[in-house]
Design a protein around this ligand. Structure first.
Ligand SMILES: NC(=O)c1ccc[n+]([C@@H]2O[C@H](COP(=O)([O-])OP(=O)(O)OC[C@H]3O[C@@H](n4cnc5c(N)ncnc54)[C@H](OP(=O)(O)O)[C@@H]3O)[C@@H](O)[C@H]2O)c1
Length: 266
């Protein structure tokens, strides 16, 4: 797939993974819609993009307010008349034990990471159906493949994305629309710093896993190659990704090791 002139909507483009993907796609000649809540950060990203004004739209969205998905989508269509690729990347992490997490916080995480994500896809797919082409790329997580302490609702939201998109992909394939699920391991962003705690406050501390993780520009290069291909799924990260086959083939040993590691961290 040649990305030149493709209209690409990236959520969570104000920092981290989404920001790095925006820079890479601008170099590929894409027309970009960049979305997130922080407009000042979206303007900063835009100013780094080196892109003509007619080829960029800053579209502030709060994924928690996902009943606005059709309204947001209409703004994209009003500007560019089409949507070739939706990159569902925006999301929030968690730092709290399940028993210390209020149901409001659980709802917020699910609204942003799951309901907001799928609402955008469901709003965009009718446009792609008319075009008879389109691609939805979804940033899931290694934590969508197993669980860890203090990440129960985050893990649930990312597992849910697999269930939804593995089904949805089969429903829209014949309309010329494909779904790429991208599963990052540990990536060097502020995702843990920005994580929500059990009472709804921001965690404000980073984690060694993130600090030692893959750089976002490295991820963005691999991501763009995957977008150009016909792949349904792509893992991106370091040796932490080995935990996924390990869980599948040696589940008892996997859980015993995870239990020991979790006890050490308490
Ligand atoms: N870093 C990792 O190790 C890692 C691993 C696996 C998966 N992921 C996933 O990668 C995605 C990007 O995260 P990141 O690592 O780049 O962290 P990040 O720097 O914290 O980026 C998160 C992005 O999501 C946006 N966002 C958060 N809440 C939002 C909301 N309510 N509405 C709209 N946008 C919202 C943020 O923008 P605003 O705050 O401006 O709204 C920001 O642009 C997430 O889905 C995360 O789960 C990350």
């Amino acid at each position: 797939m040649n990305l030149s002139d493709k209209v690409v909507w990236i959520t969570g483009a104000s920092s981290g993974i989404g920001e790095a993907i925006a820079y890479k796609l601008a170099k590929e000649g894409c027309k970009l819609i960049i979305s997130a809540r922080r407009v000042d950060e979206l303007n900063r990203v835009k100013s780094n993009l080196n892109i003509n004004e007619e080829n960029i739209l800053i579209l502030p969205i709060d994924l928690e307010e996902h009943n606005n998905a059709n309204k947001w989508t209409q703004k994209v269509v009003d500007k560019f008349n089409r949507i070739d690729i939706l990159i569902n990347n925006g999301g929030i992490s968690q730092e709290s034990f399940a028993l210390n997490t209020t149901s409001e916080v659980e709802q917020k995480i699910m609204d942003i990471n799951y309901f907001g994500n799928i609402a955008l896809s469901k709003a965009v797919v009718p446009i792609m159906k008319k075009q008879k082409s389109g691609k939805i790329a979804v940033i899931t997580s290694i934590i969508g493949k197993f669980g860890l302490p203090r990440l129960s609702t985050y893990a649930a939201s990312k597992h849910a994305l697999y269930g939804f998109y593995d089904s949805f992909r089969l429903e829209i394939k014949e309309d010329g629309i494909s779904v790429l699920l991208v599963c990052p391991g540990f990536i060097n962003t502020n995702v843990t710093l920005n994580a929500i705690t059990g009472d709804g406050s921001t965690f404000k501390k980073n984690s060694p896993a993130q600090e030692n993780g893959m750089k976002t520009d490295v991820l963005a290069n691999i991501f763009v190659k995957a977008i150009k291909s016909n792949r349904n799924h792509k893992y991106i990260g370091g040796k932490e990704l080995l935990s996924i086959p390990f869980k599948i083939f040696l589940p008892s040993l996997f859980y015993n090791i995870m239990l020991k590691m979790s006890k050490n961290k308490k």
